[in-house]
Ligand binder design. Structure first.
Ligand code: GTP
Ligand code: MG
Length: 135
């Protein structure tokens, strides 16, 4: 079994799709082992998206992710990382297949509703950042 960090980003909370995202996770058979509503500090946001620091959209990304409360979760199951990214769909919601979270609920790349860790290394780093108590 594997763990992944899932975020319902501020746009998802604003548009009231938290329940929808949780339902899809549960329907898939994945298990939620931690969950919290919180607003990220600039420091935590810059740390979380550190790999994108040099990208032209970094400032915008940090503004967006700190711009309102988000829901952070740790999700567990067999190949949870890949399983959740399949539920989320492609980063660009226009390219995301209908039936996926992004494919059904988003239109702009900067506001794509959810985040899911992209590798076991990212998952370990991100889970430690959001839920240090989980070890
Ligand atoms: P995350 O799960 O949020 O990490 O998305 P991802 O893994 O599918 O994409 P990636 O890590 O490459 O990019 C992180 C986030 O940056 C994306 O989810 C987008 O919201 C945002 N992003 C990526 N490319 C662009 C871009 O060209 N413009 C803007 N404004 N945002 C972008
Ligand atoms: Mg990513």
């Amino acid at each position: 079994s594997e763990r992944t960090l899932v975020l319902v980003k501020p746009d998802g909370v604003r548009r009231a799709v938290v329940g929808e995202v949780i339902s899809r996770i549960e329907r898939k058979g994945l298990k939620i082992v931690a969950l919290e509503l919180r607003t990220l500090s600039r420091d935590t946001a810059e740390d979380h998206y550190g790999e994108h620091r040099e990208r032209p959209f970094f400032g915008e990304l940090v503004e967006f992710i700190t711009g309102g409360p988000l829901v952070a979760m740790v999700v567990e199951g067999p190949r949870a990382i890949e399983a959740f990214r399949a539920l989320a769909g492609a980063t660009d919601p226009v390219k995301a297949t209908p039936g996926t979270i992004r494919g059904d609920h988003a239109l702009e790349i900067g506001e794509n509703i959810v985040h899911g860790s992209d590798s076991p290394e990212s998952a370990a780093r991100e889970i430690k950042l959001f839920f240090p108590e989980l070890g």
